[in-house]
Design a binder for this molecule. Structure first.
Ligand code: CAA
Length: 262
């Protein structure tokens, strides 16, 4: 679709795949890679007609992303550290704010900034060989690309604090048990599984999918009454779409719906 130095962006049949592509450093995230991720996400955002679902994965058999780039970080001062953190927040925020559904296909080590990247996606399908952790305290720092917040929202405060304070890795089964992983597959089936889920999603009314993800993300931390009001507004808005008419008409006519995304 467009060439980047540190990531690959490819699209086929409505599904884009963003591959973090620095396998020699286990796809560690330096500034250039975080910038490329943000720029690639702009391409995805600006191609909503062609791209319906985004899969994020890592290059090579070993790692999804083994964290922020330690060789870049070692000599940083606090001002440079804040800038790197803001760069990551900007790029990961773009993932969260895409209308398209996002799937992290976690093919290996998913550590530090890697787990923070995967946590920014709507769901995580993981290889049974993948390993997860927030090892920042082993380097004398705290998670800085969203880990204290997004991991906590996924697994709860107790487990997040345990993972962050011990810095130890958990395997795919444990990641599934605590709610980081939504599905586990054999490594060789990972991308097919991610594409199959993308295919299932794409058969549905995609305005509704986008609205559902929006209201889940935006309302999750609001008081329940306010959140429920928000849901009512989103629900009512879907009745202004052609997809709603088509979906319900198709049901009553006992046929498959052909959604236009309008
Ligand atoms: N940054 C920079 N380079 C990294 C890296 C990272 N996060 N992770 C791995 N690499 C590099 C290694 O330095 C090595 O490079 P060389 O071949 O040039 O020596 C190469 O990738 C392969 O790594 P290993 O030889 O270490 O591979 P291994 O199989 O022995 O170990 C590993 C794999 C357990 C993942 C190990 O590489 C590791 O512990 N990596 C660091 C993990 C980490 O601490 N991540 C958190 C970073 S901090 C962070 O992310 C902060 C934040 O909140 C954003």
């Amino acid at each position: 679709m467009k060439d980047f130095e540190n990531v690959l962006l490819e699209a086929e049949d409505g599904v884009a795949t963003l591959t973090i592509n620095r396998p020699k450093s286990l796809n560690a995230l330096n500034s250039a890679t975080l910038t490329d991720i943000g720029d690639a996400l702009d391409v995805v955002k600006n191609n909503e007609d062609a791209i319906k679902v985004l899969i994020v994965t890592g290059s090579g058999a070993k790692a999804f992303v083994a964290g922020a780039d330690i060789s870049q970080m070692r000599d940083m001062n606090p001002i440079e550290a804040a800038a790197l953190s803001k760069l990551a927040h900007n790029s990961f925020g773009k993932i969260e704010n895409l209308k398209q559904f996002t799937i992290a296909a976690v093919n290996g080590y998913c550590l530090g900034g890697g787990l923070e990247l995967a946590s920014s996606c709507d769901m995580r399908i993981v290889s049974n060989k993948a390993k997860f952790g927030q090892p920042e305290v082993t380097l004398g720092i705290v998670p800085g690309f969203g880990g204290t917040q997004r991991l906590t929202r996924l697994v709860g405060r107790g487990k997040a604090k345990e993972m962050i304070a011990t810095g130890t890795m958990i395997d795919a089964d444990e990641a599934y048990r605590v709610g980081i992983a939504d599905e586990i597959t054999a490594p060789e089936e990972l991308m097919d599984k991610a594409k199959a889920i993308a295919g299932t999603i794409m058969k549905n009314g995609l305005i509704a999918v986008g609205m559902a993800k929006y209201v889940i993300d935006r309302a999750a931390d609001l008081p329940l009454d306010t959140a429920i009001d928000f849901e009512t507004q989103m629900w009512a808005q879907t009745f202004a779409t052609e997809d709603q008419t088509e979906g319900m008409t198709a049901f009553l006519e006992k046929r498959h719906a052909k959604f236009s995304g309008k």
